[in-house]
Write a protein of this length. Structure first.
Length: 205
């Protein structure tokens, strides 16, 4: 049975409300980095932020609602890095795009590393049925953008076939980023270099 999601709340429109919303997200991310998913609570977030629980519940139903917003913020920032990469290298054609996959992997990882509590956000996006859609929808969007970017340089190739291949590549690329949050026995340089070679070779084929 598919998971039923409540309709998302509207983002704050007034500057003061936006500041409170951002404060709650920032504090939640910091606490996630300190205590993890199981221990974090809305009361803990309110105490750290200096706000009352009713102030939090104006924007979020519970801690999973907060985690969803944190996941969406992280995905949005990663996607913005992708857009900048496309704008920089698409004019150079397929060879330029393929030759700079490693840079895209590194930039995406840098965005993740700057996000407070990123490792716990990523874990939540995999583990919680309420949150999986955030990761899947974002990765499909990335696949759509890459398909739109590459397809003009690959005449005669079926769009759906390219999309499926790129969808796998997108998942592999993000898996490298997530692995580096936890694995100390593989250097980042080696991971990015090897992953870029694999993804570039697959695109060439």
């Amino acid at each position: 049975m598919p998971t039923i999601r409540a309709a998302p709340r509207a983002r704050p429109q007034q500057e003061r409300s936006q500041q409170t919303y951002d404060l709650l997200l920032n504090v939640a991310g910091e606490l996630l980095a300190e205590v993890g998913i199981d221990r974090i609570s809305t009361n803990m977030i309110c105490a750290r932020a200096g706000l009352t629980p009713p102030a939090l519940y104006r924007y979020f139903d519970d801690k999973y609602d907060l985690l969803e917003a944190l996941g969406q913020r992280l995905m949005t920032r990663q996607n913005a890095a992708l857009e900048e990469w496309i704008a920089r290298y698409q004019p150079g054609g397929i060879a330029m795009l393929r030759g700079n996959i490693e840079e895209l992997l590194r930039v995406t990882a840098a965005v993740t590393a700057r996000e407070p509590g990123a490792v716990w956000i990523l874990r939540a996006l995999h583990a919680s049925p309420r949150l999986i859609h955030v990761r899947v929808e974002s990765h499909r969007w990335v696949t759509d953008r890459l398909t739109d970017t590459y397809l003009p340089f690959l005449p005669g190739l079926d769009r759906e076939q390219l999309w499926r291949r790129l969808r796998i590549s997108v998942e592999l690329g993000f898996a490298i980023d997530e692995m580096l949050q936890e694995e100390e026995r593989v250097s980042a340089d080696m991971a990015f270099r090897n992953a870029a070679q694999m993804l570039g070779a697959d695109l060439t084929d």
